[in-house]
Ligand binder design. Structure first.
Ligand SMILES: [Zn+2]
Length: 242
């Protein structure tokens, strides 16, 4: 079992990488769950400098969103995290992001379908949570849970994305893939009709690759780049809201 300090450190690294990639911005948040202690560790709320977070900055709370230490509470959309962590043993890490490209699929009347081989991990589809609202109470969290069900990710209409995975390495990798596939879909559409990867092709590719290995490779790659990244406060790339 990973120690609390290890989980906090991984959460900080994952969040700094999201910041470096311009994927977390002012309002995003990421969490990791320690089932043995039923403690959720979540990044601090809106406005915090996600590109400089350290292990000690993380906010511990329980599955009802109650802060367990200090004055600071979790971000207002904490039910996204607690509901999924509480219900899915395979979802020990959760990211809620308002990324520039995947969010386009929460706006356009166009279903998200994978267009690259690595996007085949989304061959089961990415469902859409239809309400244009923040997930700020447990009832909305439960409604979101019904939509995401056992999938890796969900699109929130006019809002952003939620990605769940068995650990932070997996959530980092699958979020990067979802964003990259969304970006390539949009770019390819400017050239003409877009060719998607069929469910059969997705399954065949999935059988040939080990997600865990890919996720670990991506983690190693991005964390080494992030270690050399310019950490001057507020110097991270970012659009207005992503
Ligand atoms: Zn949000």
């Amino acid at each position: 079992m990973a120690t609390e300090y290890e989980l906090r450190g991984q959460l900080a690294t994952c969040t700094r990488i999201f910041a470096m990639q311009g994927m977390i911005g002012v309002f995003g948040h990421v969490s990791v769950y320690q089932p043995e202690t039923k403690r959720v560790f979540i990044t601090p709320g809106m406005g915090s400098d996600k590109g400089s977070l350290r292990a000690e900055d993380m906010v511990p709370c329980d599955l009802s969103g109650k802060p367990l230490e200090g004055e600071q509470g979790p971000p207002v959309e904490w039910p996204i995290h607690t509901t999924i962590h509480g219900a899915r043993p395979d979802a020990l890490a959760v990211a809620h992001l308002h990324t520039p490209y995947a969010t386009l699929f929460t706006i356009a009347k166009r279903k998200f379908l994978p267009v690259t081989l690595q996007g085949a991990i989304f061959g089961d589809g990415v469902p859409l949570y239809p309400e244009a609202q923040l997930i700020t109470n447990p009832a909305r969290g439960e409604a979101l849970l019904k939509v995401i069900a056992d999938k890796r990710a969900v699109l929130l209409r006019g809002h952003g994305i939620v990605v769940a995975g068995k650990n932070l390495q997996e959530v980092l990798y699958t979020s990067l893939v979802l964003e990259d596939d969304a970006k390539k879909s949009w770019q390819a559409a400017s050239l003409g009709e877009v060719c998607t990867i069929s469910p059969e092709e997705c399954r065949a590719f999935g059988a040939e690759i080990a997600l865990e290995r890919r996720a670990q490779r991506a983690w190693n790659y991005f964390s080494s780049i992030e270690a050399r990244w310019d950490h001057q406060p507020a110097s991270g790339r970012g659009e207005l809201f992503p």
